[in-house]
Structure formats: C-alpha cells, structure tokens
Design a protein around this ligand. Sequence first.
Ligand code: 5GP
Length: 199
Amino acid sequence: MTGGAGLLLIISGPSGVGKTTITHEVQKRVEGAELSVSVTTRPQTAADRVGVHYNFIDEAEFLGMIDRDELLEHAEVFGNRYGTPRKWVEERLASGGVVILEIDVQGAVQVKRAMPGAFGVFILPPSEESLLQRLRDRKREDEATIQRRFREAKREIAAAQAGGVYDEFVVNRDLGEAIERTVELVEQARLARAGGSAG
Ligand code: 5GP
C-alpha cells in the first residue's frame, strides 16, 4: 500500500525517448507533484545539478543505504548504481502528495511489489528506428555508446511489455500529445485513488 492519500507515479522509458522532458512537464502541470531525487554512484556530468537531478554518493555509501534499508528500490544501470531514498517518498505520500519516480524497469518492479498502489507509465518510441535516430540526434555519445544504449533500450522495452508492472504505455510520436496524455492518465489515477466518484 502506498499509505496516505498520495499517488506514487513511476515514469520509465528507454534513453532518448523524451522521458525526462515528459516527467518535468507532468511535475509542472499536476498539482502537488514532486520529483524524487535519486542517489547514484555514476560520475556527475556538467548538466547535473546536485540535489535536483541526483545526489552523488560513492559505492560504500550506497551499500550502507541498502544495508540500513534506506532505499525503496535500487538497480544497476549502465554499470552504475541508482536508488530511490525511501524516507522522503513515504513522507510526501503520507501528506497526500503526488510523488514521481523516474526510474528504470528493474526499479519499477521492486516499487510495484512494495507498493501495489503505485501507478506506472512507460514511454515508448513510435518505432525502433526513430529511437536510434533520437539517440544520434542528441549528439551526446560516440556511435559505440549509442549502439549500446540502443540495445539496452530494446531490452528495456521488451522487459516492460512482459512485466505486468506498467499500468499504461504512452507512445511519444508527438511530444506535446505525449505530455497531454500522460497528464490525463495521472489525473485519472489520482481521481481513482481518491475514491472514483469523488468530485
Ligand atoms: P542517467 O544516468 O542517464 O541520468 O539515468 C540512467 C537510467 O537510470 C535512466 O533510465 C533512469 O530512469 C534510471 N534511473 C535514474 N534514477 C534511478 C533510480 O533511482 N532507480 C532506478 N531503478 N533507476 C534510476
């Protein structure tokens, strides 16, 4: 159970699908929505803001958090560890907030197991070719890295579709429409949790 009156929202999708943009728009448009800040062992990049995108910790600190059961879920992605600190999420949910987790499929499986009331949305590309094109258009990585991310993306999509973890799949054919659709789904989920007929 998620406890309280809050809604725990999981947003996942392969890299390059527009997930981060969609997540930020959902946060802006859904009243009371807040984004959980994960901890990670991956190196900080110039684009990362500490305490906004991530909190950066080392391996020993990460293992300590696992031992003390301070992580709601954790996973290894591209050789780095990522986890969601439990306390903040539970506090926000208890006070009725909408908490957004932008996490991968491995993490989503754990969250759904621990909190079956969580609502999962997976963002899909319109096609595999379009995803490869978007990864290239970002001009962030060399071709070998792009190919690796592409392979990972295909694996992640297959896992998500097999899983029974996600309540909804949103195809990002047009970014504006994908944002509208995701916001609509979240609002519906919130109403359903509030008792369906509650006006
Ligand atoms: P990046 O390093 O590009 O910011 O994130 C890489 C991947 O890790 C993304 O798919 C992202 O959704 C996922 N991720 C980020 N934070 C977490 C987390 O706390 N838990 C899990 N399971 N995955 C995360």
